[in-house]
Design a protein around this ligand. Sequence first.
Ligand code: GDP
Ligand code: IMO
Ligand code: MG
Length: 423
Amino acid sequence: MFTIITGSQFGDEGKGKIVDLMAGQYDLIVRFQGGDNAGHTVVVNGKKYKLHLTPSGVLFDARLLIGPGTVMNPQTLAKELDTLEEDGTLVDEKKLGIDAKTSIIMPYHVELDGLRESARTEKIGTTKRGIGYAYIDKVARDELQMADLADETQLRKRLEELRPIKEAQIESMGGDPHIMEDETWILQYIELGRRFAPYITDVSHEINTALDAGKNVLAEGAQGAFLDVIHGTQKFVTSSSCIAGSACANLGVGPTRVDEVMGIVKAYITRVGEGPLPTELLDSTGDQIQKAGGEFGTTTGRPRRCGWFDLPLVKKSVALNGYTHIALTKLDVLSNIHPLRVCTAYELDGMRLDYPPESTSDLARCKPVYEDVPGWDEDLTGILNMNDLPPAAREYVDKLESLLGVPFRYISVGPGREQTFIK
Ligand code: GDP
Ligand code: IMO
Ligand code: MG
């Protein structure tokens, strides 16, 4: 079985939690795009794991893979694996494979990301992890891949080739070009190349072979549909494609092999960084949701902007991803809000739209049309089945499910693995 999981909104929907929950049923768990801009949180027995590059199935026996469509900062990965080992989870080359073609995030990508973001009059609010510049180099064919990192001669040769281009770029943006000849990081990268050399693999081949043998493979997306570089709210997006189809292209697995596509949908909406968010709440209700949901970025610690459930956006996400199932997360956060509101349509230039306009600037001008629905006061964090939900919470879930037309498989009512039930 091949299952793809993606975020349906602007990221941070709870992908990490749901991947961890499902991981026990899978033999391979694979990251297919993005880099350490992602922050996926897994909470088990009260212990919190914040994962940026390691697939969220790390606490199970599955083998983990980082695909060639990701951009990997080896410093982040090394730190993450060291922390996991200190906590008793050894992630060696038997446990984790990194595709030979995975793009490496270099310190100059991080530098360029920061310089570009500071120079923008209208900010994107990137995570400053060098993601965009690493993807630029991939498309420009100026990347360094995992196989280059593991080969000191090749690494130095590539750096020598790229040095004049990168120096000119950094200098033109007001940065210090000396970073390109700083042996401190170059030696550190050579060392990281040695460390990760045994992890090198062919991800497409591993996945196809596993599927041929009847094994189960789970592809874990990062970010969310509206941060997608093609279908998102450009320019306020990340630099990779985050929708389900991207998993096939990025992993080298044919679309005919996909069995399930699971969408992770937050019971409201959040966004970190700039860009349109039609249902954004700039009042005390927004503050209440932010506090109750702990809506602060896993990667940057920035407060997440919060808003009411935006049905047109999630409907578009269903179309973009072809979801077969949905996991609804963070329902517990909506306790004690009266009434709750669901944005069922937008108004734009006197017209009513029940699907988002394709242009980002039009989306930014949309005014939400709300339907008020009853709230509830009960604490949901201990609830273990649908029938025990207060009637208003059950109605909220049923309403979203029928409006989206996709079966809800999981309902999540807290950060812990056990705070989830099957609908
Ligand atoms: P991801 O990027 O999609 O993996 O999501 P993040 O981990 O960045 O953000 C989701 C946050 O919500 C994390 O702190 C999770 O521990 C937490 N979380 C996940 N599901 C639930 C839930 O159902 N209820 C509550 N209260 N927190 C949740
Ligand atoms: P997970 O996987 C939420 C946002 C950034 C910024 C934009 C571009 O945890 O859901 P980038 O550094 O990627 O060039 O920044 O994308 N962003 C995320 N927002 N969750 C994420 O990942 C994100 N990854 C990037 O805040 O607005
Ligand atoms: Mg996150």
